[in-house]
Write a protein that binds this ligand. Structure first.
Ligand code: BDP
Length: 705
């Protein structure tokens, strides 16, 4: 099994009595007359899914003719309106669904009801998920609506099909062959998105290429839009700010120049002629060398608003990234987004969403939340999460990321955003800011940087499919737990053997913390190898900018370790609400998993375990290695219970992960030992090689594709 089918496998349900019971519950599929996509997609999915799972071939009709009909409809159908209450329809809202089994004339019917057609598609997938996870049909009553309106993947795909920070092959978009030749995979991709409730995708890299906005490319984009549309997936593109110069022949891209604004208006009109449901633009401006409004002495708001005005007549949006840190700013890099964007609060148009990475630095294995979420109470804010594991072992190491994302989304910013009642802003979680419940904000957006590519299994590491899955499920409902999402995914991907399910769930749930332990424990951050970002590089000290190096972040010296971000240091702490300042500001109360993020503490600093910092640090690295060995043992115990192809695929990756965990431990501890000048405590395995050996491995590593 090569994993291509993702979580949509629809293998026959092995438990014969359950299969028979399910099969007896469905006799025919009823869809509205003259149904069009996405309702026809829902129909096709149900036909395929029920055939696979239950071995039944259900006729599709437009009027119920017998008991046990499965009926898809909207309240425009009077019978549906008579059996589903208005309150339930309101809960289902614009894109949600009601999936319910009802008694009818002495028998039963199953209903998939939605206010709009897209909801029928999501409801069909919900029913199939219900069956694939072996949930009971008795009392079936699922009512669900997405909390966030635009649930998007962000592809960092270049036009030459290289994927920036992609570890699963090449870009899925075959620009050379499009628009005529369309890989069937486009459909499978869109279908996978729809199965999770994702409803949009940004096709291109934030480090943008203006060529995508030229007519030949737009024809290709339109072809992709056609493939995705039946699955309710809309297309967005990245806009290179200097496009008016590069492809428009203008001498400037100054956002306040009327000729520039007119160029964008005409370009946007052209895009909407080709792609009437085009979603809008994602922009990385004045960040890491990308052009932007500041090149002309204008602000981010000037730039974003100019584009927002161009897409506004078409209901388009602009997602403006807040990932900025300037080459001329020597201030602590993690403070710079707030200093640049904070003063612009309230200055953005209503169709601009400022898109913020979860942490203030850059998708590290652990960071505190970005203080910008609390610093712009009058601005629409989106969360950008990274599904691709740039800093968590890429497609080699196992790191199930739902716990990381939940940690962020559930965090209370204490931001004072209307209409939050309490004076101290309590309850203003990041999720509530993003979904708009902390302050009504439309449109609301959540974005995940995709981990997909042309690898047969889509995500490089088979188990990394769980991250695509988890992002989609959380984008729909951020209140789902990491455990529930893992369990759903495991059952749909690996079946229902109790040992298999329990083992894989356990492996997934602890895996992110394991990566933290062997790479950047106790609040350490950004000490990975330079360039490709895989493996340890705490010694990295000379790069184009100080805030790209590792020594900038860990600040190891004879006295101790960590970055002082309190008032005696960079005072990044001051960007957070007083509640957080109080907790994080004192090393005695600061949670140890962020200690070295906020404090420079001595090697002897007493930790909660009673051990000094140095010993604790060593033991954390050791723990990370031990945990990878446990992952290997857990997986080995499943031999024979999982098909050989998938078993071996994961087994090999875990073996490599073990090697890398050992490298991390040895490299970091030998490196930091130069400063601590202390021996490893009992329980820590001695390094097999001197420090130079580990530095050499990284130097000799072949460039990542
Ligand atoms: C960093 C990546 C870089 C991206 C940048 C971004 O290393 O490749 O271009 O983020 O998000 O994490 O713009």
């Amino acid at each position: 099994d090569d994993g291509y089918r993702l979580w949509l496998r629809y293998d026959p349900i092995a438990d014969a009595s359950l299969r028979t019971a399910y099969a007896g519950a469905f006799s025919e599929i009823v869809i509205p007359e003259n149904a069009r996509p996405p309702v026809t997609s829902a129909r096709d999915e149900l036909v395929t899914g029920l055939r696979g799972l239950l071995g039944v071939d259900l006729p599709v009709v437009t009027k119920a003719t017998r008991d046990h009909a499965l009926i898809l409809g909207t309240p425009r159908d009077p019978w549906i309106a008579s059996v589903i209450s208005e309150a339930d329809l309101r809960t289902a809202s614009v894109e949600g669904y009601i999936v319910r089994r009802v008694a009818h004339e002495g028998g039963h019917r199953t209903l998939i009801v939605a206010n709009r057609e897209a909801g029928l598609l999501y409801g069909a997938f919900a029913l199939l998920r219900h069956l694939q996870t072996h949930e009971p049909l008795d009392g079936l009553n699922l009512i669900s609506a997405p909390k966030i309106q635009r649930r998007l993947l962000n592809h960092w795909d270049d036009l030459n099909r290289h994927v920036e920070r992609g570890y699963a092959g090449f870009s899925l978009w075959e620009w050379f062959y499009l628009p005529e030749i369309r890989d069937p995979r486009y459909r499978d991709y869109a279908r996978a998105l729809a199965s999770l409730g994702l409803n949009g995708t940004v096709l291109t890299n934030v480090n943008a290429n203006a060529q995508i906005l030229t007519a030949p490319y737009l024809a290709k984009v339109a072809a992709l839009a056609q493939e995705f549309r039946p699955w309710g997936v809309r297309i967005y593109l990245t806009a290179r700010f200097s496009a008016p110069i590069e492809i428009g022949g203008l001498p400037t891209a100054d956002p306040l120049d009327p000729a520039v604004a007119a160029w964008w208006q005409a370009k946007v009109a052209e895009i909407y002629r080709a792609i009437p449901d085009f979603g809008g633009f994602l922009v990385k401006a004045n960040s890491e060398g990308q052009p932007g409004p500041q090149d002309y002495g204008r602000t981010h708001a000037d730039g974003a608003n100019m584009l927002a005005d161009a897409v506004q007549p078409f209901n388009g949006i602009v997602m403006w990234r807040a990932f900025v840190y300037s080459p001329d700013n020597n201030d602590d890099r993690v403070k710079q987004a707030v200093s640049e964007f904070g003063p612009l609060d309230g200055k953005f148009r209503q169709n601009v969403i400022v898109q913020i990475k979860n942490g203030p630095l850059d998708f590290m294995p652990r960071e505190p939340f970005s203080p910008l979420f609390g610093a712009m109470p009058n601005t629409r804010l989106a969360a950008e999460l990274q599904i691709t594991q740039e800093y968590l072992g890429q497609s080699i190491d196992l790191a199930y990321l739902a716990p990381l994302w939940k940690e962020v989304l559930d965090t209370d910013t204490y931001a004072r955003r209307e209409p939050v009642e309490s004076a101290n802003g309590k309850g203003t979680t990041i999720a509530s800011i993003v979904d708009g419940s902390a302050k009504l904000q439309h449109p609301s957006v959540i974005a995940g940087v995709a981990n997909t590519g042309t690898d047969r299994n889509w995500t490089g590491h088979l188990l990394a499919q769980s991250n695509w899955y988890a992002f989609g499920r959380l984008a729909w409902d951020h209140q789902l737990s990491s455990e529930q999402i893992a369990d759903e995914w495991t059952r749909q991907t690996f079946g229902h053997d109790a040992t298999v399910v329990a083992t894989i769930n356990k492996m997934l749930l602890g895996s992110r913390e394991t990566v933290v332990n062997y790479s950047m424990p106790l609040g350490l951050t950004h000490i990975m190898a330079e360039g490709h970002h895989y493996g340890p590089g705490p010694w990295v000290d000379k790069l184009g900018r100080a805030d790209w190096t590792s020594v900038y972040y860990h600040r190891a010296d004879e006295k101790g370790l960590g970055f002082d971000r309190t008032a005696t240091g960079s005072n990044a702490l001051a960007q957070y609400a007083p509640e957080w300042q109080k907790l994080w500001g004192d090393p005695a109360t600061c949670p140890e998993n962020l200690l070295l993020w906020f404090h420079h503490v001595s090697w002897d600093h007493p930790m909660k375990s009673g051990r000094p910092l140095w010993d604790e640090l060593c033991l954390r690295y050791q723990q990370g290695v031990d945990e990878v060995r446990t992952l290997q043992r857990d997986w080995a115990s499943l031999q024979g219970k999982i098909d050989a192809e998938r078993f071996t695929h994961v087994q090999q990756r875990l073996a490599r992960q073990k090697k890398e965990a050992v490298n991390w431990r040895d490299a970091c501890l030998l490196y930091f030992q130069q400063f601590s000048k202390r021996p490893f405590p009992a329980g820590v395995e001695p390094a097999a090689h001197p420090l130079e050996h580990y530095q050499q491995i990284l130097r000799n590593m072949p460039g990542h594709r």
